[in-house]
Design a protein around this ligand. Sequence first.
Ligand SMILES: Nc1ncnc2c1ncn2[C@@H]1O[C@H](COP(=O)(O)OP(=O)(O)O)[C@@H](O)[C@H]1O
Ligand SMILES: O=C(O)C1=C[C@@H](OP(=O)(O)O)[C@@H](O)[C@H](O)C1
Ligand SMILES: [Mg+2]
Length: 214
Amino acid sequence: MGKFPAPAKRCRSGKAGSVVTGKAQDRREKTGAVLHRTVVLVGMMGSGKSAIGRNLAARLGVAFLDSDAEIEAAANASIAEIFARDGEAFFRDREAEVIARLLKSEPCILSTGGGAFLAERNRRAIAQHGVALWLDADLDLLWDRVRHKDTRPLLRTPDPRGTLARIFEDRAPIYAKAGLRTKAEPEYSIDDMTDRVIETLAADPRILELADDD
Ligand SMILES: Nc1ncnc2c1ncn2[C@@H]1O[C@H](COP(=O)(O)OP(=O)(O)O)[C@@H](O)[C@H]1O
Ligand SMILES: O=C(O)C1=C[C@@H](OP(=O)(O)O)[C@@H](O)[C@H](O)C1
Ligand SMILES: [Mg+2]
């Protein structure tokens, strides 16, 4: 299947008369897309926030930021080390600081850690400066993606699948507060899922405009 941005049939109407200048104009010329709001990817561990976020940013020609990566770089330690050494509450405070800071950038793709959207302070900041998009994957798919990695401290329990299931159940109603949602399917490649996300974003030209193919 063809890759966004580019296809003429996917262009949005409603952008007539919108003025695009400077960097945004350069970006439209290079990628055929103009992102107007920072897109904050939220969802469970393994839903693909980091992998899809990186690919999405490259496709749209905007910066990719990942709050976990920023925290790790600032602390010069892995997420697991930070949890073990300083505790989860410390991590959550750093996470809120980093998200508030990154939201001040020009429109970009910001992938968060799976717990970030639970905090009211983060949801408020995200709504103010960007738009939240929930990568909605079901439990079997999540488990399939996280089971081989031991980088997620919350899953270091005697029954990690059961833990993931409980976390999923608790959090799903909160992720559902995100303004946008894209459903993940096991048969999607990273590019396929990125296409779905771009479709979701381009449904609102105030978020993403795709250029006409002429
Ligand atoms: N279609 C897909 N969408 C998202 N991730 C995928 C897909 N197919 C395979 N993966 C892999 O699943 C994992 C998802 O993990 P990650 O991106 O770290 O998620 P998160 O940041 O939400 O925890 C990555 O290793 C990614 O390469
Ligand atoms: O769900 C969570 O609470 C967490 C998810 C992780 O990020 P990913 O969702 O990118 O794996 C990371 O922030 C930390 O291990 C806590
Ligand atoms: Mg991640």
